[in-house]
Design a protein around this ligand. Structure first.
Ligand SMILES: Cc1cc2nc3c(=O)[nH]c(=O)nc-3n(C[C@H](O)[C@H](O)[C@H](O)COP(=O)(O)OP(=O)(O)OC[C@H]3O[C@@H](n4cnc5c(N)ncnc54)[C@H](O)[C@@H]3O)c2cc1C
Length: 385
């Protein structure tokens, strides 16, 4: 909580304690700046804490400008996997591992071939496997699978631990965290962002303001007098408990069925998850039996791991959905020192590091070493969600 009588001050005010806000705080603090993260709920209480944690650029529309940032974000993830646990003692479960996209019909085989050709044209080789060869990778793959495409560069992380670890490392370098809901932006007479106003009447002043509010980012449109076309897309996950002794090995390979979109991903620090529904139901984060049944049905065509598995949990959280499949990252038109970083839809964990490093560069040096020009919030004027 802040004191309404005496405003807090920070070098940079970051609104939102999800992966984008916390990683940006980390990179800014590494540059010697003192950011303050303001979070209305709990740190990583949104999708950043509940995601599947799969580091892939291929779960959404495969926007070309985003894809171009994928190698850089993978390199940054690998670096974070080295540095963060050493600094904070938190293992955030970064694990490289094989991932198999599978087909159960001729239509699926065609789709898989097209996917392979597209990736090859981008310089990414994926290995074609027969049904038998897929089953050699895991005994849990069903006889229904007739072909698979193997990828070895789509690791997984525990996104809750990654977000917490990044923030802890930032705090060790001078970042601060404030609990509270931001309700407006403060500006100087020259049109520069100079801080934020909170619901309790207090203010936090700063030399720059980053809005990293995930699916709630649309609220900032009135503060900025600029559209922020991001809306919530609910995603539900079902958790399967690890097999007991005698029930067979863990499912170590990630699996996806191209015809139906069902996925199974082994979270190394918890149970296997069955991912994920895509629903537009506003800010409703209820779990539903219909989503659970559909997710399990799709996954059962892919893997016998579903048979007799104990369901250990089900969660729902909200993706910050951007209609054109591209995040909004950069300076807000018409403002000095106001920045947006949001709209990563189902790939915010993957693109978190490159987004955060790019924004930190932009704020600290006035330029980013990564090409985020196509992600400019200026294009928002032409987009609707
Ligand atoms: C089911 C599911 C599975 C997913 N799986 C993957 C995956 O495998 N790989 C991947 O890369 N991505 C995945 N994603 C997407 C990823 O989780 C999101 O893109 C990412 O977490 C978004 O991070 P964020 O920081 O932008 O938003 P959030 O995590 O939503 O954080 C935003 C924060 O801002 C706070 N906030 C909002 N408004 C205010 C305010 N006015 N004042 C103060 N605080 C405020 C919120 O409380 C929230 O904590 C998945 C998403 C879902 C739903």
């Amino acid at each position: 909580m802040t004191n309404p009588e005496s405003p807090e001050t920070a070098d940079i005010v970051i609104v939102g304690g999800g992966i984008i806000g916390c990683l940006t705080a980390y990179y800014l603090a590494q540059r010697g700046l003192k950011p303050t993260v303001i979070e209305a709920d709990g740190i990583a209480s949104g999708a950043s804490g509940t995601s599947a944690g799969w580091l892939t650029p291929y779960s959404h529309e495969c926007d070309a400008a985003m894809l171009a940032l994928s190698p850089a974000t993978l390199r940054l993830h690998a670096g974070l996997a080295e540095t963060l646990p050493a600094v904070t003692g938190i293992d955030h479960g970064y694990r490289p591992g094989a991932y198999l996209r599978c087909a159960v019909s001729d239509t699926g085989v065609t789709e898989l071939r097209e996917f392979q050709a597209q990736r090859a044209s981008e310089g990414v080789d994926m290995e074609w496997l027969s049904g038998e060869e897929t089953r050699a990778m895991s005994p849990w793959i069903t006889a229904e699978v007739i072909a698979g495409l193997r990828s070895d560069n789509e690791p997984t992380v525990d996104s809750y631990r990654l977000t917490m670890s990044a923030l802890q490392a930032a705090e060790m370098n001078g970042a601060r965290v404030i609990s509270g809901r931001v309700i407006g932006l403060l500006s100087s007479s020259e049109g520069a962002a100079s801080g934020v106003r909170l619901e309790d009447g207090s203010e936090v002043h700063g030399g720059a303001v980053l809005l990293a509010m995930g699916p709630w980012s649309g609220e900032a449109a009135t503060w900025l007098d600029h559209p922020v076309p991001v809306r919530p897309q609910r995603g539900q996950l079902v958790y399967l408990a690890s097999p007991k002794d005698g029930d067979g090995p863990e499912l170590e390979v990630g699996l996806n069925i191209v015809e139906h979109g069902g996925s199974l991903i082994r979270k190394r620090l918890s149970d296997t998850i069955v991912a994920a529904s895509r629903e537009f139901v506003g800010f409703d984060t209820s779990i539903t039996t219909s989503a659970r049944d559909e997710l399990l049905l799709n996954a059962a065509r892919l893997s016998d791991r579903i048979q007799n598995a104990r369901i250990s949990g089900q969660t729902a959280c909200l993706r910050p959905y951007s209609a054109d499949g591209r995040a909004y990252v950069g300076s807000v038109p018409g403002w000095d020192n106001a920045y947006l970083a949001t709209g990563h839809s189902g790939e915010g964990i993957h693109y978190g590091p490159v987004t955060a490093a790019a924004v930190a560069g932009l704020i600290a040096d006035g330029a980013s070493e990564y090409d985020i020009a196509p992600l400019t919030p200026a294009r928002a004027g032409n987009t609707t969600v």
